[in-house]
Design a protein around this ligand. Structure first.
Ligand code: AKB
Length: 314
């Protein structure tokens, strides 16, 4: 039976990964770790620890006999550009601490990379698993370096560390935050709240995207895949769909016919322009059977339904 610790447990992915892991392994076997206040409606084991506090993390590993860590605590792309120094400290410093703990305590580890690890010189269409990677954002630099560090710990110390390059993730439980792809989430929130949205990307900016349920299922499937099947020890390309802001507007209008969207690109446009438009995830499909289930129509339907219910419950 796995004994799991999750950092960044109350963030965008953690908020959905934690309940999925609780359901699979039992709530007593999942320790949700965050650095700020635990949400009042959280049910399960939670701890408040800063990711730079090695001694406290080591204590938790011992206290709960942890054998697996999902290390999700990290800054997203826009926040990294606003504070590159802190981004390096949190994203790289945090990962190094967790890799050392994984090595010293013989833990299995999941760490998320991103399409942000690619850069302007990467082929933009059907971006291959192995390709040019010269990111020009601090987020991308931490993801690229993080991937190499994970592979190094695998090769040098035998750490069983697994990773995927997430596309933009679309979820409804947490408010949109500092991701460049999160215009898509903000469009749903603002659409339902105000009937209009001012988008910070141009209307024809295509980016790879995925519904949270696919992302969570894929993450757990990778962690449960047999190690002899895994041939990528940096990070697997992971894809579902790609769309532009104007394509999302058209889908959302099926539920909110009066919805309007205006476009006012800001610094996040340059981040988006440096990323791929579509991703080739054949390796993940071959090695551990990855497949996505949600297309744009289904994502829109679920986002609209779940977010409407969330707003009604308030
Ligand atoms: C972001 O936009 O920063 C993230 C990502 C693609 O990694 N959602």
């Amino acid at each position: 039976m796995s004994k799991i610790l999750i950092t960044g447990a109350f963030g965008q992915i953690g908020s959905e990964l934690v309940p999925a892991l609780q359901q699979k392994y039992g709530a007593d076997n999942v320790v949700a770790v965050g650095h700020s206040a635990v949400p009042t409606d959280f049910a399960g084991i939670s701890e408040r620890v800063d990711i730079s506090n090695v001694a406290s993390l080591q204590e938790l590993i011992k206290k709960y006999s942890i054998d697996t860590i999902y290390h999700l605590a990290s800054f997203l792309s826009a926040k990294c550009e606003r504070d590159p120094d802190l981004a390096w400290q949190v994203n790289m410093g945090g990962l190094k601490i967790i890799l050392d703990l994984a090595r010293d305590n013989k833990l299995k580890l999941f760490w998320p990379s991103s399409i942000g690890a690619f850069g302007p010189t990467t082929p933009k269409i059907n971006t291959p698993q192995h390709t040019i990677m010269e990111p020009t954002t601090m987020y991308g630099v931490t993801k690229m370096a993080g991937e190499l560090l994970c592979q190094y710990y695998f090769l040098k110390y035998g750490v069983d560390v697994r990773s995927v390059r997430y596309p933009g993730i679309i979820n409804y439980k947490t408010e949109p935050s500092d991701g460049t792809t999160e215009y898509s989430i903000a469009m749903f929130y603002e659409g339902l709240r105000k009937g209009s949205y001012e988008c910070f990307l141009k209307e024809d900016t295509a980016l790879p995207m995925m519904y949270i349920e696919d992302a969570v299922r894929g993450t757990i499937e990778l962690m449960n895949a047999s190690s002899d099947k895994l041939t990528v020890h940096t990070s697997y390309n992971l894809a579902a769909i790609s769309f532009t802001p104007s394509e999302l507007v058209m889908e959302l209008k099926k539920y909110l016919p009066n919805f309007t969207c205006t476009y006012k690109p800001d610094f996040r446009q340059a981040i988006a322009d440096s990323w791929p438009k579509t991703i080739d995830d054949a390796k993940a499909r071959e090695d551990w059977g990855w497949h996505h289930k949600y297309d744009l129509a289904r994502i829109t339907e679920f986002m609209f339904k779940n977010l409407s219910a969330k707003f009604l419950a308030k």
